[in-house]
Design a protein around this ligand. Sequence first.
Ligand SMILES: NC(=O)c1ccc[n+]([C@@H]2O[C@H](COP(=O)([O-])OP(=O)(O)OC[C@H]3O[C@@H](n4cnc5c(N)ncnc54)[C@H](OP(=O)(O)O)[C@@H]3O)[C@@H](O)[C@H]2O)c1
Length: 203
Amino acid sequence: MSGLAIRNVLVTGSNRGIGLELVKKFLSKPQPPKWIFATCRDPDGLRGEELKNLASENANLVLLQLDATDIDSIKEAMKKVEKQLNGSGLNLLINNAGVMTSVSLENVDSEDMMSVYKTNVVGPLLVSQAALNMLTRCQAEGYKKDGILCTALHPGWVKTDMGTDRAPLTPDESVCGIMKVLDSLSEKQNGILLSWDGTTLPW
Ligand SMILES: NC(=O)c1ccc[n+]([C@@H]2O[C@H](COP(=O)([O-])OP(=O)(O)OC[C@H]3O[C@@H](n4cnc5c(N)ncnc54)[C@H](OP(=O)(O)O)[C@@H]3O)[C@@H](O)[C@H]2O)c1
C-alpha cells in the first residue's frame, strides 16, 4: 500500500484549533473524502458554530456529538457513522481531541493528571476500539481485509488555544504538512511517530 486514498474520515475535537483546520483541509482537497465525520463535544454550543456553518455548506460533512471521555457518546456517534456508511467503514480515524494542563509539575494534582490521562490516552483508545468494532462488523459482511496503519503525528507547536500565540506555526502551516504526510503514508510508517513536516521523531 502506498499513499492513503482517504474515503471516509473521522476527526475528534474538530470544532477549533488543529481539528477544525483538518476538516477545512479535507473539504478543500481536489478529491475530498466521500464522508468527513467532524465530531465535537458540543455541536450546538457557541464553540461548534463554525463547524455547524461548514456542515450546512458541505453535503459530505457530517457533524456529530462525541466526548472522548464518554463511552456512551462514542458508541452513539459510531452507530451514526456506521448507518451513514452502510457497511463501507472508515478508512481514516484522527484522534485529535486533547487537553493540556497549564499547571506546573510542582503544583499539578492527581485530579489534573487523571483528567489529562482520561482525555489524551484513554479517549483515543476508546474511540479506536469503537471504530475497530465497526470495521470488524463491516469485514464480517464480506469486505476485503485491509491492513490497518497506526501512526502517531506530532503537529508541531501550533498557534491554537492550546499552543498559544507564542507558537511558531499557524494551524494552516501545520495541517498543510499533516495532509502531505497523510498522502504519503505506507506500511513503513506503521507504529512510528512522525512530525508534521514528515520527519521521523524518536519515541
Ligand atoms: N497546539 C500545539 O502546539 C500542539 C502540540 C502538540 C500536540 N498537540 C495536540 O494536537 C491536538 C489538537 O490540539 P489543539 O492545539 O488544536 O488544541 P485546542 O485548540 O485546545 O483544541 C482542542 C480540541 O480538543 C477538544 N477536546 C478536548 N477535550 C475533549 C473531549 N473530552 N472530547 C472531545 N473533544 C475534546 C476541544 O473541544 P472543546 O472546544 O469542547 O473544548 C477542542 O476541539 C491535541 O491532541 C493536542 O494535544 C497540539
